[in-house]
Design a binder for this molecule. Structure first.
Ligand SMILES: CC(=O)N[C@@H](C)C(=O)N[C@@H](C)C(=O)O
Length: 596
């Protein structure tokens, strides 16, 4: 019989992303954003058939998709080469080429908020005239009038919910990732959704279930976020559903069945629940994947879910009862079964101060093992490494590398206090958690000293630079993917609507001058003696190219071994397949070159 070789690393590169989706109200059409043809575009399937076809061609990343309730048009948000200046486009119902609808100068942003029930008014946020705090506006599609609804003040604002009669609006105001207040505005009256907006807490995912009742998620006076309610008649706030040691992350309303769907974050995986308003019963539901990217509940009460697991790339699923799932997309790794891939182990270790830190340990199949480990600090930093599919991880594992990804202090999924631990402390606590992890790898005979690589992206890239500069003895070579290199320049180069949150998140360059010096990777150039690869998207608005340019220039001046790849048409990530493959190949070549 014909014998086929084992899967090669290149096969893992041929995996496609599905980053978002929506279903039409009649459930006849599923539209999703994917890089199936190499670049991000909208594709569709006419349900129940499952053959995807190109729906809108624009070759750019898509920030949202919304189908007109009466199926006359589709709305989508596009940016340019990853610059995150999202603008709103309209696409004919039959598909085609997106037409600019709510757009402006290429540096302005237009974020979609809400489409009225009759599909005639679009509510949106814009940076126009208010780049730091953003204004809310409404565009009437019948007469093309555009009205200012709210002027953002004090901190970036977001119009997050609109009542069906369009008389009441919920705005969120962010002071930090961990401090977001919510307030409802009706005519000239404004009320905080929580009893005291001066207390640090978050509010998100507000839903009007009628003109007078708003449900939302908050961690007000709690370690874990829960579902709460605000009554516009009585102005009363009350807690509705809490889940022990799990943070509610998503709230969706099922109007048909008078129930809520909740996604909770439990460390490295998600849990899906249904909460019945009449019976107050909370049911845990089965899901086909570990991490849920998006949930949509349709008018009929059907549930659609986009999700992924460590060995399952993103796919869309449908359920009519919340327990049996039909997979609508068949997005896999070219010729590779889930059994040929690696499922991470969830481990935990004690850090320098006794704090328990959870981590993902991915071990290659014994026949592939090359004896080397990649240490991967995640980005964010207020995010976490979870059981999601990463082509990069699975291809490195296929080449024989062990991967270790710690959820150091500041990571999400472990309660509100834990997330706050990275605020105004980017370089000390989390770095010491990483060092404790490395010692744990050595002490548990998972990694040999002299066989450790360091790779990280964004905040993970910053941590890779900092660990390299301060502790070069641990590493053979280092890969930095768009990591901030100097906190003084980084704090001033972020997008305008991030600036108001920088103080709580990172600190103030004057007040915290000593700490900024201590925690900036550029302070430790002398230590950066190991070979380095730096990768950067030229259009990255979050960690701008100068952050990588300056560290590369300074290391080159010192005659260090540093390679630099700039992707001209990418931002904070690699959305184009050929760019992604170029990056993975270069990283693998670099690691292989420095194994000896
Ligand atoms: C404001 C904020 O938390 N932004 C993050 C989502 C982000 O983009 N952080 C960068 C620095 C990253 O690490 O990805």
């Amino acid at each position: 019989m014909i014998q086929f070789p084992k899967p090669t690393v290149e096969q893992f590169f041929r995996t496609y992303a599905i980053s978002n989706f929506t279903v039409s109200s009649d459930e006849q059409r599923l539209i999703f954003s994917t890089n199936l043809n190499g670049k991000m575009n909208l594709w569709a399937m006419d349900l129940p058939d499952t053959f995807p076809y190109l729906f809108a061609h624009y070759d750019e990343s898509i920030s949202f998709i919304k189908i007109d309730p009466e199926n006359r048009y589709v709305l989508a948000g596009y940016d340019k080469d990853g610059d995150e200046n999202h603008q709103i486009y309209a696409i004919p119902n039959e598909g085609g080429l997106p037409q600019p609808l709510i757009t402006g100068d290429e540096l302005e942003k237009y974020f979609f908020s809400h489409l009225s029930e009759d599909g005639k008014r679009i509510y949106y946020m814009t940076s126009e005239e208010n780049p730091s705090f953003l204004n809310a506006r409404v565009r009437n599609l019948e007469d093309n009038s555009d009205t200012l609804l709210n002027v953002g003040e004090a901190s970036p604002t977001q119009l997050s919910a609109v009542s069906d009669d369009e008389e009441a609006f919920v705005y969120l105001r962010s002071y930090a990732n961990t401090y977001v207040t919510g307030f409802v505005k009706v005519g000239e009256e404004t009320h905080s959704l929580t009893p005291d907006p001066d207390k640090v807490h978050v509010v998100f995912d507000p839903v009007f279930i009628d003109e007078k009742t708003i449900y939302f998620v908050t961690d007000y006076e709690s370690e874990y976020s829960y579902v709460a309610k605000f009554d516009l008649d009585t102005k009363e706030f009350s807690s509705v559903v809490t889940v022990e040691k799990e943070s509610v992350d998503t709230l969706k309303w099922d109007k048909e069945n008078k129930a809520f769907y909740l996604v909770t974050e439990k460390g490295v995986a998600d849990v899906l629940y249904r909460y019945h308003l009449k019976t107050h019963k909370l049911e845990q539901l089965k899901t086909p994947i570990d991490v849920i990217g998006k949930v949509q509940v349709t008018k009929s009460g059907s549930l659609y879910l986009l999700g992924t697991s460590a060995t399952v790339p993103s796919n869309i699923f449908k359920s009519t009862d919340g327990n049996e799932w039909k997979q609508l997309t068949n997005n896999g790794v070219l010729g590779v079964s889930t059994g040929d891939m690696v499922e991470p182990e969830v481990v935990s270790y004690k850090s320098f101060d006794g704090m328990e830190i959870e981590a993902l340990l991915c071990k290659p199949k014994p026949e592939n093992d090359n004896g080397h480990t990649i240490f991967w600090p995640h980005g964010g930093p207020q995010a976490s490494e979870r059981k999601t599919f990463r082509a990069m991880f699975q291809s490195f594992l296929n080449r024989g590398y062990t991967i270790f990804a710690p959820n150091f202090r500041g990571s999400t999924g472990y309660g509100s206090s834990f997330v706050k631990l990275v605020e105004q402390d980017w370089g000390e606590g989390p770095r010491l958690d990483c060092l404790a992890a490395i010692e744990w790898l050595f002490n548990n005979n998972i990694t040999e000293r002299e066989k450790l690589f360091l790779v990280g992206g964004s905040y993970g890239g910053y941590m890779a630079l900092l660990l390299h500069g301060r502790h070069p003895e641990y590493f053979k070579a280092v890969v930095d993917i768009f990591g901030p290199s100097d906190l003084f320049t980084f704090v001033n180069s972020v997008p305008p609507h991030w600036k108001p949150i920088m103080d709580r998140w990172l600190g103030d360059p004057e007040r915290d001058k000593e700490r900024f010096i201590k925690d900036s990777p550029v302070t430790y150039l002398d230590g950066m003696t190991k070979p380095m690869l730096v990768i950067q998207g030229a259009k990255d608005p979050r960690v701008v190219k100068e952050e990588s340019d300056q560290i590369v220039a300074k290391l080159e001046e010192k005659g260090r071994d540093v390679e630099y790849l700039v992707l001209e048409d990418e931002g904070h990530g690699f959305s184009k397949k050929e760019n992604e493959i170029k990056v993975y190949n270069l990283m693998l070549e670099f690691l292989e070159k420095h194994q000896g």
